[in-house]
Design a protein around this ligand. Structure first.
Ligand SMILES: [Zn+2]
Length: 412
């Protein structure tokens, strides 16, 4: 015997949603309704519970783990699993579905006479083996199902791309991203394209893959909570940033207060990055070099257009302090340490006790209306200067004697 207990119908929301998604919402309503009924009838013991849907797409979604799907489907599938489990769902052919009577609309008089509404399809009263069956794991999956699937290639690639290994092996940020992009292209045949160079999309995906891994390692609880639409823990260090989950990029972003500003979307909600991470250091270095080894403030402000690094300015400053070209430029040149002055220059003694002769020049001297090169000779202590021809060895010797004689005369 079968008996009607409770039914519920809802008008489709105004916001445009695909038919498959509406069917999924319907399945979720069924699960909630079943939970309500079993709670209300708790004194009855149920051997088994079977739920029915006429949507094969919804069945495909429900029979696989929620992590296989994108966020909208994943959240609803997860709730259905939590409420009723995944093993109780079966397919009802559209023509036998009594729920369609509600969605098509009917007068009270008409529905009173509809036996299938009050007791279900006729086969429901027969043995389970006669119920219609559907093989869920058939291939290929419905286009609608595939559309919602999380790109597995990215996920599997992500699991083999460990940022720790990549960052320790590759020093340059751009090269690091390119290497990951190549791995992601060639690891999976579906990603392979005949183009010889990497596209912007591939590079962005590679960067996001690295960021996802890093966020998952540093903010595991937050990622888990936000990706499932839950609040983060009150003790989380990300709480002041009002973090949000970016459904498209699947990363944690800053909530912020700039949603009405007319600036690029990524500048309003920057991607959150941890400070103590080699990847972050390389990213800072990349921005620093891209701005021609700019100062801390410029690098920091350029980074803020897209990323929110925890402990931002301090992290940027310490990363820039390790930049080798900047270190070379800012280091002071070595200066020779001056030795002590010789005793004859520092002791108090009569004038001309010590004299020295020094040559300097050449200086250009005008002699009878023509310029000549002359070497200046200077008596170190006397300050006397004589100009002599640079080739004239004899006159140079005489000049030296003259200085000595003059000095003796003065001292004597
Ligand atoms: Zn630098």
């Amino acid at each position: 015997m079968t008996q009607f207990v409770l039914s519920k119908a809802r008008v489709a929301p105004k916001a445009t949603k695909s038919l498959a998604r509406l069917e999924l919402i319907g399945a979720l309503m069924t699960a909630r309704l079943m939970d309500y009924v079993t709670t209300a009838l708790e004194r009855f013991k149920f051997d088994s519970i079977t739920l029915w849907t006429d949507s094969t797409v919804t069945l495909d979604w429900i029979t696989k783990p929620s992590s296989s799907w994108k966020i909208f489907v994943a959240n609803r599938v997860q709730e259905i699993h939590d409420l009723v489990g995944s093993s109780v769902w079966r397919h009802v052919p559209g023509k036998d579905n009594p729920a369609d009577l509600v969605s098509r609309g009917m007068t009270v008089e008409e529905i009173k006479s509809k036996n299938e509404y009050w007791h279900g399809p006729s086969w429901l009263q027969c043995d389970k083996s006669t119920w219609p069956s559907l093989k869920f794991d058939r291939e290929p999956m419905d286009e609608e199902v595939v559309k919602e699937a999380v790109k597995l290639s990215t996920n599997v690639a992500a699991s083999i791309i460990d940022p720790c290994v990549i960052t320790t092996r590759i020093g340059n940020y751009q090269r690091m991203v390119r290497v990951v992009a190549w791995i992601m292209r060639w690891r999976y045949p579906a990603n392979r394209t005949p183009e010889s160079s990497l596209s912007i999309v591939e590079l962005e995906n590679a960067e996001l893959t690295l960021i996802r891994q890093i966020q998952h390692r540093h903010f595991e609880n937050e990622t888990e909570a936000l990706s499932h639409g839950h609040e983060i823990d009150r003790g989380s260090k990300l709480l002041p940033l009002d973090p949000k989950w970016d459904n498209e990029k699947r990363v944690i972003i800053v909530g912020g207060r700039l949603q009405y500003a007319n600036i690029p979307e990524e500048a309003k909600h920057q991607i959150i990055l941890p400070s103590k991470e080699a990847f972050t250091g390389k990213l800072i270095q990349h921005y620093h070099e891209r701005a021609h080894h700019s100062a801390v403030e410029t690098t920091f402000s350029n980074l803020r257009q897209k990323y929110w690094i925890i402990g931002g300015r301090k992290t940027v400053s310490s990363a820039i302090h390790q930049c080798l070209p900047c270190k070379h430029r800012s280091t002071k040149a070595m200066e020779q340490f001056m030795g002590p002055l010789p005793p004859e220059r520092v002791r108090i003694e009569p004038a001309f006790t010590h004299i020295g002769v020094d040559f300097a020049g050449p200086l250009m001297i005008k002699n009878e209306s023509k310029l000549e090169k002359r070497i200046a000779m200077k008596c170190k202590t006397g300050g006397r200067m004589q100009g002599i021809n640079e080739h004239d060895v004899t006159r140079r010797a005489h000049a030296s004697h003259r200085v000595t004689a003059t000095t003796r005369r003065r001292r004597g």
